[in-house]
Design a protein around this ligand. Structure first.
Ligand SMILES: *Cc1c(COP(=O)(O)O)cnc(C)c1O
Length: 384
C-alpha cells in the first residue's frame, strides 16, 4: 500500500532532503562540482556532469514534485527558461491557446521569439472556459493559463479548462507563480503540467531567480530532463540550495502573506481615495466563489485604482516601507505601476482591453507587521 501522504509543511521540510549519509548534516550541501569521479567505465554513483544532474538540484526537484503533487520536477535558470523548455515539447506548425492577460515576458517570448519557429499562439479570455473550447484547433498541442492573472486578478476555472483540454486530447499547463502550491495545486484539479517562476513566492526572499516545470507523465520527466541536458539553462547548485532553504518556510510565509493581503485589501476597499480593489478574497470579486473553491487562500497579490497616473505617482513617491519595484512574492512589500512598468510594452490599446488603467497600482503584500504596511499606505495615500 502506498505510504500515506504527509502534511504540506512536513513535505516542504523533508521531501528530497534526507540527512547526509556521510556526515549526518541536516541540510543538503551545495554540491559545487561540475563533474563526478567514475569507478570504471560505465560505473558511477548516478551523477556524471552537472548540466545533466546535480545532487543539490535532485533534492530540490524531488521536493517540488511532492509539493505540487506531480511525478517529476525540473528546474531552470529562470521562469522564462522554464517556459522556453516547456515550448520545446512542440514543433513547427503546433498551436497553443493561452490566457490573454499573461505575464508580459511570456507573451514577448511567444510573439517575438517562438512564432519565428513556426509555433502559433491564440490569446483568449480563459476566465470564460468556453472560449478555450472554441479556440482549440486540430493542431493545438497545449493550453497555457495563468490564474489569477497579473495585475487584474482574474481567475480561470482550472478543472473546467482541464476537462475541455482532455476532451480534445490537449495538455493543460498552469503558471502557478501567484498562488504557490500552498494555496493552489493545479495538478490535483486536472492540469498536466505546472510551471513556476520560483523567483517569487517559492524562493520568497527576493534573492534568486529560477523556474520549474512539474509533470504528471513519464514523457514529461523524460522531455524536461532532455531539455535540461540539451539546452543547458539549468539552475545552479547555489540557487537550488537557496530554494530548498526558502521552501521550508513556504507554509508559514504564505499564511502570513494571506492574512496581511486580506487586511490590506479590506482596508483599501474602504479608503475614500481608492476607486476599486481587485482581490479574489473580496466578496465583490466576480469570481470570489471560484476562488474559494480552487484555492485554499487568497494570497497577497492585489491591485487598486487611484483614478489617474498623477495620483498613483504622488502616492508611490511617498512610500517608506513599501518599495516601488517590479517582482513579487518576497517577504517585503513591493508596489508597482503596471501601465509604466510590467505592462508598458503592450501599449495603451492592449492595456485598455485588459482593463489596466493609468491609475492602477499593484501590491505584493509582504509579511511585515500589517499595521506598519497600513500606516505607510495611509500616509502615502494622503498625498495622492
Ligand atoms: C516573474 C514571472 C515569470 C517569469 O519568471 P522569471 O523568473 O522572472 O524569468 C513568469 N510568470 C509569472 C506569473 C511571473 O510572475
Amino acid at each position: 500500500m502506498a505510504e500515506e501522504k504527509k502534511g504540506f509543511s512536513t513535505r516542504a521540510i523533508h521531501d528530497g532532503q534526507s540527512a547526509d549519509s556521510v556526515t549526518g548534516a541536516v541540510n543538503v550541501p551545495i554540491y559545487a562540482s561540475s563533474t563526478y569521479v567514475q569507478e570504471e567505465i560505465g560505473k558511477n554513483k548516478g551523477y556524471e556532469y552537472s548540466r545533466v544532474s546535480n545532487p543539490t538540484r535532485t533534492a530540490l526537484e524531488e521536493n517540488f514534485a511532492s509539493l505540487e503533487s506531480g511525478i517529476s520536477a525540473h528546474v531552470f535558470a529562470s521562469g522564462m527558461a522554464a517556459i522556453t523548455a516547456l515550448c520545446t515539447m512542440m514543433k513547427s506548425g503546433d498551436h497553443v491557446v493561452c490566457s490573454d492577460n499573461m505575464y508580459g515576458g511570456t507573451t514577448r517570448l511567444f510573439d517575438q521569439v517562438l512564432v519565428r519557429y513556426g509555433l502559433e499562439f491564440t490569446y483568449v479570455d480563459t476566465s470564460h472556459a468556453e472560449s478555450v473550447d472554441r479556440a482549440i484547433r486540430s493542431t493545438t498541442k497545449l493550453v497555457h493559463i495563468e490564474t489569477p492573472t497579473n495585475p487584474m486578478m482574474a481567475l480561470t476555472d482550472i478543472a473546467a479548462v482541464a476537462d475541455i483540454c482532455h476532451r480534445h486530447g490537449v495538455e493543460l499547463s498552469v503558471d502557478n507563480t501567484f498562488m504557490s502550491p500552498y494555496f493552489q495545486r493545479p495538478i490535483e484539479l486536472g492540469a498536466d503540467i505546472v510551471m513556476h517562476s520560483t523567483t517569487k513566492f517559492l524562493n520568497g526572499h527576493s534573492d534568486g531567480l529560477g523556474g520549474v516545470l512539474i509533470g504528471t507523465k513519464p514523457e514529461h520527466a523524460e522531455t524536461f530532463a532532455f531539455v535540461q541536458k540539451c539546452t543547458g539553462g539549468i539552475l545552479s547548485p547555489f540557487e537550488c540550495w537557496l530554494l530548498l532553504r526558502g521552501v521550508k518556510t513556504l507554509a508559514v510565509r504564505m499564511r502570513q502573506h494571506d492574512a496581511n493581503g486580506r487586511k490590506v485589501a479590506d482596508w483599501l476597499r474602504k479608503h475614500p481615495k481608492v476607486r476599486k480593489v481587485f482581490y479574489p478574497g473580496l466578496p465583490d470579486h466576480p469570481q470570489h466563489a471560484l476562488a474559494k473553491r480552487q484555492m485554499s487562500g487568497f494570497g497577497s497579490m492585489l491591485s487598486f485604482d487611484l483614478g489617474s497616473l498623477e495620483a498613483a505617482n504622488r502616492m508611490l513617491k511617498k512610500l517608506h516601507i513599501c518599495s516601488l519595484a517590479e517582482s513579487l512574492g518576497g517577504v517585503e512589500t513591493l508596489i508597482s505601476h503596471p501601465a509604466s512598468m510590467t505592462h508598458a510594452a503592450i501599449g495603451e490599446e492592449g492595456r485598455r482591453k485588459l482593463g489596466i488603467t493609468d491609475g492602477l497600482v499593484r501590491i505584493s503584500v509582504g509579511i511585515e507587521d500589517v499595521e506598519d504596511i497600513l500606516a505607510d499606505l495611509d500616509q502615502a495615500l494622503t498625498a495622492a
